[in-house]
Design a protein around this ligand. Sequence first.
Ligand code: FAD
Length: 531
Amino acid sequence: MTDYDFDACVIGAGFAGMYMLKRLRDAGFTTHVFETGDDVGGTWYWNRYPGARCDVESLYYCYSFDEELQQEWEWSERYPAQEEILRYCRHVADRYNLRADISFSTTVESAVYSDDTGLWTVRTTTGGEVTARYLISAVGCLSAARVPEFPGLDAFRGETYHTGRWPHEGVDFTGKRVAVVGTGSSGIQAIPAIARNAEDVTVFQRTPNYSIPARNRPLDPAEQAKVKADYPRLRAEARMSSSGVLAETTGKGVFAVPEDERRAELDRRWENGGAAFVAAFTDTMLDVEANEVSADYVRGKIREIVRDPETAEKLSPRDYPLGAKRICVDTDYYATYNRPNVHLVDLRTDPLETITRTGIRAGGTEYEFDAIVFATGYDAMTGPLNRIDIRGTDGQPLRDKWSAGPRTYLGVATAGFPNLFIITGPGSPSVLSNMIVSIEQHVDWIADYLEYLRDKGFTRAEAAKDAEDQWVGHVNEVASATLYPKAASWYLGANVPGKPRVFMPYLGGVDVYRGICDDVAGSGYKGFLLQ
Ligand code: FAD
């Protein structure tokens, strides 16, 4: 008999929450999941905007934990579209009967730890309350969609959409004048797709991004079979790579390669498509001049593709290194600006003044629209957790503890919050990796940890403050040795006014990070206080 409802309560039913449920259930822990949406899938449930697609190749953007599952699922394209990934998530939920332990349309509002009982009390929007020994966050890094507080936001009488909260029934833009605000990964995917249907599209750009063509294509069955036959080796290599993706590199610094070969290498990668472009040389993310070679190459491509030189210049990033903001992968993005129905407004020279009843005023010009699409991103990494009232020992709110930036041990636990585990939390490789690889690593590590605690008779595991301080110092040190902090990116919280500027993901690499986590586990979980 237990004096609580569940051994573990998991928040979120995306890739992380689904696998966490399966692992804990298999290990004999009673587990319950709460999910805001009315089905599984997380990111791929919410992001139904036209053009939504994964940047990691489909054969690697899927679970590896079950050999039968990875063999039976057939992907149709090199890069999977949102709809196909969602179908895959539903298949996984059906296959392992996961929905039986998930409450949908239920948002966790608060989770409070009691020192007396050693339990978490979790309250939801449906008025329910459960107690659990362990609280596991699977809320995702990019699930707290946000629209900046533009003046006049509520004045607009037309339709408004956020890419990350797209209507399930889809949107028909035929014959409509559409504004797209934002040119990050989502905007870059959505703009060409919307432009194909809408009468007119005006893009409002604050920061131009570097984008590499996806070269998406149908997957050849023979190619798929070949990868599947070699899955054990390929998956093992991906786990021990720095980004969780098998990206071939020359293994050389840019300037160690003669100029003509350098150009040929970048040409080859541009033609092949995808984010592997950034992995061409070993120093691209370490040295400003080395980075400039790849950055300049992309600017050259933009000039080649976009016919109007002024538009090409506006689309060319010049003030931050390539890759320091999330690299974009697109289908026809730059070429879309050659269409007569697509216009670009550069908010740096023509600032957005206000949203009006009929559209947007920027740089003194009034633009009229039937619909505004906000591709304005997320309060990344900490946003979804900070939206929940999480309280640890002595009632301390997590939001307060993290008010100067997130502090974690290994990105997975935080001092003062016993028995709370955060999948792909800040301080872990997370968004700088193939997230499925990072999710599986965290879920396996957490499940093993809970089994260890059960076997040893412990009921309380808390990150030690000094271990956390050391980890935070290490995460910062690694980041500061790279070019990543040189861009005002969401990795740094720079897209949210007032958010502390702390580089959140761990840049040491998926391989190195896994080694550290395994070492901590092997040592009987050093850095944790166990009772
Ligand atoms: P999510 O999929 O975000 O799921 C979290 C779930 O938690 C959501 O369903 C949410 O509703 C729920 N939730 C949050 N708070 C609460 C609460 N309080 N109560 C109840 N439920 C809650 N990653 C890659 O590796 N490669 C890519 O190419 C890639 N492309 C992306 C493109 C887009 C447009 C976006 C937004 C993200 C992309 N990502 C990509 C990152 C993607 O989020 C991860 O790959 C992966 O889907 C994360 O899974 P998750 O389960 O951790 O989080």
